[in-house]
Design a protein around this ligand. Sequence first.
Ligand SMILES: Nc1ncnc2c1ncn2[C@@H]1O[C@H](COP(=O)(O)OP(=O)(O)OP(=O)(O)O)[C@@H](O)[C@H]1O
Ligand SMILES: [Mg+2]
Length: 258
Amino acid sequence: MLRVNRVSKTFNRDGINEQRVFDNFSMDIDEEDFICVLGSNGAGKSTLLNIISGKVQVDGGSIILKNRDVTDDAEHEKCKNISRIFQDPSLGTNPSMTIYENLSMAKNKGNSFGLSFLINRKDEEYFKELLRPLKLGLEDKLHALVSQLSGGQRQSLALIMAVIGEPDLLLLDEHTAALDPKTSEIVMGITEDIVEEKGLTTIMVTHNVDHAIRYGNRLIMLHRGNKIVDIVGEEKSTLTKEKLLALFKDADDKSLFS
Ligand SMILES: Nc1ncnc2c1ncn2[C@@H]1O[C@H](COP(=O)(O)OP(=O)(O)OP(=O)(O)O)[C@@H](O)[C@H]1O
Ligand SMILES: [Mg+2]
């Protein structure tokens, strides 16, 4: 489904801040994968998502999506097939527009051209149907401004917006990290439901070890641009914190487990 093929990336090459993040990094992602990515600060998690989504250009190597080399595709080209949600709830939605307008934008793939936001009854019903399973009451607030929503409500809306166009790939970069623990659990539950229902290939970066153990079929740990743990299937479903810590004992950062 997705192949990250011998990718290398160095920021500020030959400068005083030179930062080699990846050197010949490879990874294959299957269609049914829901991958949780753990790793210490600076390990390269966000850069990996940036490379896949086309935000960051690689120095060498290639990205193959569904047998097509998309390495040099522009970010706006890629985002038709790849959706992304960030840690900051304000990035995934437009706060000065209503829920209805945000969903209309997403439905039209971010293309505001020709959008007059005249209320369309059919869309209204469709959007309510999409929002109802969240159980956050957003279906009754279609015409409220997104700026009036809580962080958790916004991230949930961002999730619905991210998958409305049936993307090939969903990239989540610590999308619950800015939420309080209870809201974070709710949004994770919603995430799991959506990923399962739509059968989405998903890569979720998280610092939450419990979430990484509980969700998905595969767990990867990145350390200084290398995959030091890659657990999948049965081994993943029976994984415990203790087992993961044992696997991780050779790496020099155990702060994740504190
Ligand atoms: N645009 C950039 N320009 C220069 N350096 C960058 C850029 N993006 C990332 N880096 C550097 O690359 C390294 C990896 O960063 P990255 O953001 O991928 O880490 P991360 O694993 O997501 O960390 P965190 O858990 O803190 O989010 C860091 O040293 C960072 O400073
Ligand atoms: Mg990051």
